[in-house]
Design a protein around this ligand. Structure first.
Ligand code: ADP
Ligand code: MG
Length: 323
């Protein structure tokens, strides 16, 4: 393991630069409520025939907690705060054992535990800015077989950063024992950089340290081919046309039966994707901007071409800075 020492020459994008230059300018404020609320996002995705995990029901107020009794008919499901982030407040329940449900970590939860958790969600314990929130129950995605050997219990997700509608940088995030079924880096998941031309993983990052093997399964992280790669990039480029946010992270999961599904959109996507890819975002952002005004108005097919052209251009930048 080595610790990466970020250097300007690698074109790393910092937080102030991202906020002041990219998200502020490219993401209209009026659109934030749509992506900061997962229920609204799901509704919007569904109305545009974009795939996401099926919503079973939502709980909006304390007096609706009685509806939670319906989960006794469910063997597996996921509970989420509508305005949560970084995996906080998400319960992935993978099985029913008697009158209890099992989390990915193996811990058992009773109906009372779940009700307590949902009332905490409603009180805003996990929501952005601590505001009152809604909870929802959705279909539990089952990980695609391609990830079985490497991921620990939960479902890996694929983060696609889209800039002006052009896929810019991607990473595969793999759950660990510590992350408890969730693929968020803040929860202790592993991030693996992705060669976007082929959808094949490169090395990984875990708690800001560069790693080569998954910490629980010890399986090598590099060389994994992500299934449905082309169709996922295509869906990402089409999703831009619906949400029209110029700097966005889209989280995909791949269900073993349903294929790629969109979990959420993130208007302030994290910067660790650069560590996972051992490459800064700035050269890629600049390469897209070099296409001038109106990139976002181009067809999704052309924006995918631009993405490939941008990758070819910036890979020569990478070679030069390494030399
Ligand atoms: N329906 C689901 N089925 C299985 N795992 C899920 C599901 N929804 C979320 N997860 C797990 O939780 C992680 C975080 O989910 P996400 O919806 O992106 O919320 P957050 O905004 O907190 O990142 C995902 O990367 C995935 O590993
Ligand atoms: Mg997420």
């Amino acid at each position: 393991m080595i610790c990466l020492n970020p250097k300007k020459k690698f074109g790393l994008l910092g937080m102030n630069h991202r906020n002041g230059w990219y998200t502020l300018i490219r993401n209209p404020r009026r659109l934030y409520p749509l992506v900061d609320d997962k229920l609204k996002t799901k509704e919007c995705l569904e109305s545009h025939q974009l795939p996401s995990p099926e919503l079973y029901f939502s709980i909006n107020h304390n007096f609706e907690l009685k509806f939670l009794r319906e989960i006794k008919f469910l063997k597996e499901f996921v509970i989420k705060p509508a305005r949560g982030a970084e995996g906080r407040g998400i319960l992935v329940l993978v099985d029913k054992v008697g009158t209890q449900w099992k989390k990915a970590s193996g811990e058992l939860l009773s109906m009372d535990d779940i009700e307590y958790h949902v009332s905490n969600i409603l009180a805003g314990l996990y929501s952005l800015g601590g505001l009152d929130d809604q909870a929802f129950i959705e279909y539990r995605v089952r990980s695609h077989v391609a990830f079985r050997a490497v991921a620990f219990q939960g479902v890996p997700d694929i983060r696609v950063i889209l800039y002006r509608g052009v896929p810019l940088m991607c990473m595969l995030r793999l759950p660990t024992k510590e992350s408890d079924g969730k693929a968020n880096l803040h929860q202790g998941a592993v991030g693996a950089g992705l060669n976007m031309l082929e959808g094949i993983t490169m090395g990984g990052v875990h708690h800001s340290l560069l790693i080569d093997r998954h910490p629980d399964t010890q399986v090598p992280i590099a060389g994994l081919k992500v299934p449905f790669w082309e169709s996922m990039l295509e869906t990402a480029a089409k999703t831009y046309e619906v949400f029209k946010m110029g700097y966005i992270g889209i989280d995909f999961v791949i269900d073993q039966i349903l294929g790629p599904l969109i979990l959420e959109l993130n208007a302030r996507p994290g910067l660790s994707i650069q560590l996972a890819n051992r490459e800064g975002l700035l050269p890629r952002l600049r390469a897209v901007d070099a296409y001038g005004a109106g990139v976002e108005e181009l067809s999704w097919e052309r924006r995918l071409e631009i993405s490939r052209e941008m990758l070819h251009k910036t890979s020569s930048f990478k070679k030069e800075t390494k030399a």
